[in-house]
Design a protein around this ligand. Sequence first.
Ligand SMILES: [Zn+2]
Length: 179
Amino acid sequence: MSDWGADKYGDPCRECGFVWTTSHAETLALLASIPARFREALGDHDASARHPDLTWSAGAYVAHVGDNLHIFAERIAALDLGAYGDTVPYDPDQLAEARQYEHIPILGALWSLDHAMADMIEAVEHSAGKEITMIIDDRGPQNITDIIRTTTHDAFHHVWDVQRTLQTVGGSAGESAKA
Ligand SMILES: [Zn+2]
């Protein structure tokens, strides 16, 4: 088991409260609940709202989590299908700039999040029973449970970012998550 997340964020996470020792199955269930958690947090609020301490808007976090889950689904699938060698990292801030997260309609970002989640769950289920080890950055060797924990924490932490963003700035009529 990798201690990378617990060492970096605290166990539980000092900010969002994520517990790194949560079981594989419970973490996967938490991951599957993330789109509903984002929708609940967004409610009727304007997704372009931004917390004064944060660089990204509420909607940008949704776009990030969708992209991150899709990228990790691809990484898991690659290892599952026989790829070897270190996993190539990506820079989330550069991707945010290239994709112009701030201008992606929230309804599209949520659609992508749903699809990325389905891909992630499928990739994880397909890898069941196999020994997958991901080597990435300074995180040390990560097994499938470690990978699920790091991706779930990223998503859960950003739900918390969206909650505190919208609690701080309040909500006004704008482009909301409700169709
Ligand atoms: Zn956290």
